[in-house]
Design a protein around this ligand. Sequence first.
Ligand SMILES: Nc1ncnc2c1ncn2[C@@H]1O[C@H](COP(=O)(O)OP(=O)(O)OP(=O)(O)O)[C@@H](O)[C@H]1O
Ligand SMILES: [Mg+2]
Length: 275
Amino acid sequence: MLKQANTGVAVYGSGLGAASSASAVLRTERLRKFFYSGSQQIVPLDGIDFSIDRGEMVAIVGPSGAGKSTFLHLLAALDTPTSGAVYFAGKSLHSFAELELAEYRNRVVGFVWQRHHLLPDFTAAENVAMPLLVRGQALSQALRVAADWLGEVGLGERAGQRAGSLSGGEQQRVAIARALVNQPVLLLADEPTGDLDERSAEGIFELIERLHRSHHLTSILATHNFSLARRTDRVLVLELGKLAPGAEVPAGAAVHAGRAESSGVRAPGERVNLV
Ligand SMILES: Nc1ncnc2c1ncn2[C@@H]1O[C@H](COP(=O)(O)OP(=O)(O)OP(=O)(O)O)[C@@H](O)[C@H]1O
Ligand SMILES: [Mg+2]
C-alpha cells in the first residue's frame, strides 16, 4: 500500500500491501558495480540477481572486500549501480524522482552502518532522534520517541549518556534504534556484530531477530559471523562478483560465534559445507 508522507511524496510505508506479499519486496536484476583504483578496475558485483520476500531474513556472507557493503549500499540507494537495477515493490529505484529517493532512504530503509557512525558527543537519545529531526519533527517529540526506542533495545537507562562513552555493543544497539526509529520496511545491517565479543554478538543478533519479528521487517544482514548467519532464513555467499546460495562457505569459517578471521585466507578451491 502506498502511503502519503507529509512531504507530499508517495512512499511505501510499513503497511506494504498484501498485493506485494506474494512477490519480492526487493529485487535486483543483473546488478553490476565497478570501481576504479588508478587504472585497476574492481568489480565487486558482476551481475547479481537477488530477491527477498516480505518478512524474510537473509544473511550475506563472503570474504572481506567481496562487495557486501557495496551491495547493501546499492540496495539502500546510497550508491548507484554501474548497470542493472534494484526494484523496490516492483518499481526500479532508477525511476524514482529525487524526493522519492530521499523518502526511500529515510523512511523505507533502516540502515545499520558497518562502523555505526554515531555522533560521539551527542547523547544516545539525540543520536536516535536524528532521523526524526531530519524529517522535521520537533526536538521534544523526537527525543520522546528516541527514548522509547532505546528502551526497546535495552538501553532505556542510557538515553542521556554521551554515545562516545558507551561500549561497542551498546553503541551498536543505539545504531539499531536509530535505523528503526522511522519504522522502515527494510532493515539493512552491515556487519551488525562486527568487532564484538561472542556474547555481545549473540545479544545483538537476538535483538535483531526480535525486532525483525515484532516490527514485521524484511532484513538483510551482511556478516562474517557464519554461526549467526546460519540462523537466518537463507544464507547467500558473495564471492568473485557473484551471489550464490550458501550451501558452502570458506573453510575454517563455520567454527565460532565471533568474527571469522579466517574467512579471507582459505586455500584456493578449498570449501566447507555451511549446513
Ligand atoms: N568508493 C570506492 N572506490 C574504489 N573502490 C571501492 C570503493 N568502495 C568499495 N571499493 C572496493 O570494492 C571492493 C568491495 O568493497 P566492500 O567494502 O563492499 O567489501 P566488503 O565485502 O563489505 O568487505 P568487508 O567484509 O571487509 O567489510 C573492495 O575491493 C573495495 O576496495
Ligand atoms: Mg563491508
